[in-house]
Design a protein around this ligand. Structure first.
Ligand code: X2X
Length: 339
């Protein structure tokens, strides 16, 4: 055997032994956490990411979706910690639910920071988005792509809300960060923090009067059937979604498979943003029509009326800007003003 064929044979041998050894490091299943299930654009994004990963890795990476944040017993504010600890391998998480652990993510919950969809994009697709991803990387997760839950609108079972005075005494279910408690308190309402799993029975029993969630969630969760008859379009905050992988899981994959998972996340993220805005954004108001057809009274605010809510929540904005980081908030405000 010539030296050359010997080398080629040795190389072939190495390849043969290396390939199965690498595959052995791969688990048969990776757990993907989301809050909402496949009736919602958010859960559909999880399903799509899994499908694209399977396709792009020729089945080497097999992802199973765990909606309802079931890997942390539905307690969505513990999701980020569970990813770091390896209880969850991958997640598509809302900036709201991870903000108790990552104070910078409260940025998107600053009341009335983002006036429109272009403003959301100016943040997630620009320097601010990059900086937030760098922050996440320092916290043991690999961020890959942005998605969207949406602009959060306010609903309740008691009366139309046109001004902060109309909110006085109403009990609202709010999510995650203490920032939400402070915002609703500043508006004169009575907020209670609870998980999404607890929110639905609380709305149905009348333990709380109202909630705030994107219109896509309002419709798919059938909130009009639990008495949510009054809806105010105030676009006060929006929560983007972030696609991440646990750092050790990421490191266990080959470079080619990592790239496949990233490309799959980017594609699923783009499709998710499109879906989350369908029937809601721009001139397409099909979702709003559907809500009105369900007998819901929809209140759109005039700029003056909206201004009252902005004014009442300004002290919360200023206080939380310091927690988030004055530089980051400034960067966000500049990006939005230049959009
Ligand atoms: O709990 C909510 O309101 C939800 C589903 O929108 C989030 O996870 C932020």
């Amino acid at each position: 055997m010539s030296r050359r064929t010997l080398l080629a044979a040795a190389a072939a041998c190495l390849l043969l032994t290396a390939a199965p050894a690498m595959a052995e490091n791969y688990r048969t299943e990776y757990r993907l956490s989301t809050v909402l299930g496949t009736a919602f654009p958010w859960g559909q994004a999880g399903e799509r990411w899994a499908e694209l990963v399977k396709e792009k890795t020729q089945g080497r990476i097999n992802i199973k979706l765990y909606p309802g944040t079931s890997l942390v017993g539905g307690d969505q504010t513990r999701e980020f910690t569970a990813i770091r600890q390896g209880v969850i391998d991958l997640a598509i998480g809302s900036t709201i639910n991870w903000s108790p652990q990552i104070r910078e993510l409260n940025l998107f919950s600053l009341p009335f920071l983002m006036p429109d969809y272009k403003a959301i994009d100016a943040l997630t697709q620009g320097e601010v988005g990059k900086q937030l991803f760098a922050t996440l990387e320092q916290r043991d997760v690999v961020p890959l792509a942005w998605g969207e839950n949406g602009f959060r609108e306010m609903s309740n079972s008691k009366r139309p809300v046109k001004s902060p005075a109309d909110m006085r005494g109403l009990k609202f279910r709010v999510v995650g960060s203490p920032l939400f408690n402070e915002t609703f308190t500043a508006l004169g309402a009575n907020p209670t923090q609870m998980s999404w799993a607890d929110a639905q029975p609380a709305l149905a029993s009348g333990a709380v009067d109202g909630q705030e969630n994107p219109l896509s969630v309002f419709v798919a969760a059938k909130l009009p059937t639990v008495g949510q008859k009054y809806l105010t379009l105030w676009h006060y905050v929006a929560d983007p979604l972030i696609f991440v992988v646990n750092k050790d899981v990421w490191a266990s994959w080959s470079a080619a498979d990592r790239e496949a998972v990233r490309q799959a996340a980017l594609q699923a993220g783009r499709e998710n943003v499109e879906k989350a805005r369908k029937g809601i954004a721009g001139s397409d108001n099909a979702v709003l029509k559907q809500i009105e057809a369900a007998g819901v009274t929809v209140t759109a605010l005039t700029p003056e009326q909206r201004g009252e809510f902005v004014k009442a929540t300004r002290p919360v904005y200023d206080k939380w800007s310091k927690t988030i980081g004055a530089d980051l908030v400034k960067k966000a405000e500049t990006a939005i003003s230049k959009r």
